[in-house]
Write a protein that binds this ligand. Structure first.
Ligand code: ADP
Length: 479
């Protein structure tokens, strides 16, 4: 395969950037997916300037024009989902089936927001004063900075870029360092979609240089970020200091409760899928499995039997269920938590070590520890295929354990009891709740987001995206 070079896209021009950084394939470390150049703070500033210059015309553009452009992008992504999925699988490491599914989702998201461009809501109310009309309209929030993570390198950019453009904003998109190929692929399609110059920009580079230059630029009006809690909270402070509108999606430590009355086979499937598929690299991963005492041993036995059948390897290979960890840095983190699991006295029930494959890569066995609620692996987000198993006396205890976390993204329960399912939906301290489903795996047309340390600001996705990407105007007219 020929080596591709991925570059940035600023003010309608492709910008090579400095250096040739390898875009590594985590399944085959000797064979990079391509090379990419990085831009500096000054170039990032030019991207924000271009977005600001393009804003006045784009914010008043015909919504049909915006709809047509987004529809074009969505159609092309859907048409090329196998090819884009393959790129994603090679670059980030999730299985080909998961990757093609993610590409399709990205296409569907662009199409959803193509429709939303023509449905921007408003209201007209009677005034308290005679002869006066009151209109409430939504206008674009302005130039939007998008800082994205690596774990969904097509879907997350799609669910930020598509609403931003649909509602008339201009964009500077900074992808995560290790997925420049997917970012470039999205930018390349957008560059042919008919957008005026400067409406969409994409800048490749580090968080410290490019991300910081973006956040600090005085012409940036709003920032949407998905990433780790430490980075998110640092950016939140900077944003607050300059009154930047923000939307932050950060970590999770999502509980999945399994009650004694659950369908055990279904619960095991939910647990294994939620905790370990996509290599556990989902902010909604079921990383805390909370199991009722009376079925604990049976659950452990079935999970171990299921994990024995799971194949870890190159995501392009047929029959592989779990791909590699996405990067050396993430692998180091995962291994350090496996050590922490042992140090804190956890009992290793499955995995715990690296897996050999035909090619050199970051392969790690799905790892399950029986843990105490106070153990680090039961409290801190790992973002890898490492999960903690906790015992609960009964439903009330399980609920208390589920809520005993600083996070609040998603919470799940496996049960056949309507009473417990209903109580859990009301009392789980999370932005999303799942009943008889893994905590990971959400629909693209409904709100996504959490509570507590997991999220800050308005929800993403679906019609709720309008809250972040627009600002409200109240207009009074006297006849
Ligand atoms: P991870 O540890 O999983 O890479 P991060 O929160 O560090 O998660 O990264 C998420 C995104 O935030 C990436 O695009 C990264 O480049 C960016 N980022 C990291 N540090 C900063 C920073 N100081 N300022 C702006 N963006 C940053």
């Amino acid at each position: 395969m020929s080596e591709q070079r991925f570059s940035s896209y600023i003010a309608g021009q492709w910008v090579e950037g400095d250096g040739a950084h390898p875009d590594e394939n985590p399944s085959d470390l000797g064979t990079p997916v391509g090379q990419y150049g990085t831009v500096d703070g000054a170039r990032t500033g030019q991207a924000v300037e271009a977005a600001a210059a393009a804003l006045p015309a784009w914010s008043l553009s015909n919504p049909q024009q915006r709809a047509d452009i987004l529809d074009f992008v969505g159609s092309e992504i859907l048409r090329r989902k196998e090819e884009l999925g393959r790129l994603l699988a090679r670059e980030e490491g999730k299985t080909l089936a998961e990757s093609i599914g993610e590409a399709a989702r990205a296409g569907q998201i662009f199409k959803f927001f193509a429709g939303e461009a023509l449905r921007i809501p408003g209201e007209k109310l009677a005034s308290t004063r005679p002869g006066v009309d009151v209109e409430i309209t939504r206008e674009p929030v302005g130039t939007v900075g998008i800082i994205a993570p690596w774990n969904f390198p097509l879907a997350i950019p799609a669910w930020k870029i598509a609403p931003a453009l649909a509602y008339g904003n201009t964009v500077v998109f900074k992808p995560a360092e290790i997925v420049p190929g997917c970012a470039w692929a999205i930018a390349e399609i957008l560059s042919r979609a008919g957008l005026p110059e400067g409406v969409f920009n994409m800048v490749l580079g580090s968080g410290k240089v490019v991300g910081q230059a973006l956040v600090e630029h005085p012409k940036l009006d709003a920032l949407t970020f998905t990433g780790s809690v430490p980075t998110g909270h640092a950016l939140l402070k900077q944003a607050a200091a300059r009154a930047l509108k923000v939307q932050m999606e950060m970590g999770g430590k999502n509980p999945l409760i399994v009650l004694a009355d659950a369908d055990l086979d279904k619960a095991v499937e939910c647990a294994v899928n939620g905790a370990f598929f996509s290599t556990g690299q989902r902010c909604t991963a079921s990383s805390r499995l909370i199991v009722e005492n009376s079925i604990y041993d049976a659950f452990v036995e079935k999970v171990r039997a299921r994990l024995a059948k799971v194949k870890v390897g190159d995501p392009l290979e047929q029959g592989v269920d779990i791909g590699p960890v996405a990067s050396q840095a993430q692998l180091d983190t995962d291994l350090s938590y496996i050590r922490a699991g042992h140090e804190d006295g956890g009992e290793l029930l499955a995995g715990g070590d690296r897996v050999e494959w035909k090619t050199p890569g970051h392969f790690l066995a799905p790892t399950l520890f029986a843990a105490k609620p106070s153990d680090r692996i039961a409290r801190e987000e790992i973002f890898g295929p490492v999960a903690a198993l906790l015992r609960a006396d009964a439903y009330e205890h399980a609920l208390a354990l589920a809520n005993d976390t600083e996070y609040g993204l998603c919470a799940g329960i496996c049960t056949t009891s309507l009473k417990h399912a209903t109580h859990f939906k009301r009392n789980a301290q999370a932005g999303m709740v799942m009943v008889n489903l893994p905590t990971a795996g959400v629909d693209p047309h409904v709100p996504f987001g959490g509570r507590k340390a997991s999220s800050y600001g308005p929800r993403e996705q679906g019609r709720y995206a309008v809250e972040f990407y627009t600002t409200v105007k109240t207009a009074y007219t006297a006849a």
